[in-house]
Design a protein around this ligand. Structure first.
Ligand code: PGA
Length: 270
């Protein structure tokens, strides 16, 4: 693992119709990012994941990439490249045309969408495998979210869950694409709750995820640059501690990214 990589800080923007969030709220937030200079912090690589409805070329180019020096990400991607798929997530071709460089796959809230329809975890991971391969094939960088539910944690199934999500979700990823892959360990019970696991639990989950990745993709230990980042309950207060944990190569920030000042404190934390 090459440790000189910059820490990746992703803002997973949870804009919400219940809060009446609109395009102008997004622009206001992104303008806040620009004035806080979150894209210019040394040794940090910052990406913002935007809900599909707000993805516009002007938003991506004018407010995120050119002015903000921030990478633009989508919160979903289709497993199909072309063809008519009414109602599907966006094709990677459309995303790259908009100037998007990054996508999220497998976020807990997305998994839940399939779980409530009765899909089993194996078939969800297999679907993610297709989405990830398709996105990587078209030059997008993928942040693949993995993590256990509270029930899985309490019944001692954290490692088993991570193993299945990584083995099944990444089995078709070619070695040469691994530098374009980020694994986000996001325990599902921490998302939006403000809770975090102990530092030792985070370290162990990250190390285990790397071990499974090495086995799944049949790679030598030091021959790839896949980062493993942590997400769930990240705040300005706990950022420094989280970034000091060995194997934590960055953070995925949900709620706190909706406040430009808080997000900037997270990006700038030592
Ligand atoms: P949170 O969410 O930071 O609000 O816990 C994280 C996420 O949804 O990625």
């Amino acid at each position: 693992m090459k440790k000189q990589l910059k820490k990746f800080i992703g803002a997973n923007l949870k804009l919400n119709p219940v809060s009446n969030n609109s395009q102008s709220d997004l622009i206001r937030l992104l303008t806040g990012y620009v004035s806080e200079e979150v894209g210019k912090v040394p040794n940090r690589e910052v990406a913002v994941f935007v809900p599909t409805i707000f993805l516009r070329e002007t938003v991506v180019k004018s407010y995120i990439r050119n002015v903000g020096n921030i990478l633009a990400g989508a919160q979903e991607v289709s497993e199909h490249t072309q063809g008519a798929y009414t109602g599907d997530s966006p094709s990677p071709l459309w995303l790259t045309q908009l100037g998007i460089t990054d996508v999220l796959v497998g976020h807990s809230e997305d998994r839940l969408r399939y779980e409530v329809l009765g899909a089993n975890p194996n078939s969800i991971n297999t679907l993610y495998n297709k989405k990830i391969s398709n996105a990587l094939h078209h030059g997008l960088r993928v942040t693949y979210c993995v993590g256990e539910t509270l029930d899985q944690k309490n019944s001692g199934r954290t490692k088993k869950t991570l193993e299945e999500q990584i083995e099944q979700g990444l089995s078709q990823v070619p070695i040469f694409d691994l530098d374009n892959l980020i694994i986000a360990y996001e325990p599902r019970w921490t998302i939006g709750t403000g809770k975090t696991p102990s530092e030792e639990d985070i370290r162990a989950a990250h190390q285990y995820s790397l071990d499974v990745l090495v086995r799944t993709c049949k790679i030598g230990d030091d021959k790839y640059k896949t980062r493993v980042i942590y997400g769930g309950g990240v705040s300005p207060e706990n950022t420094s501690g989280l970034l000091k944990i060995p194997c934590v190569d960055g953070l995925l920030v949900g709620g706190a990214s909706l406040d430009a000042h808080k997000f900037s404190q997270i990006v700038k934390a030592a």
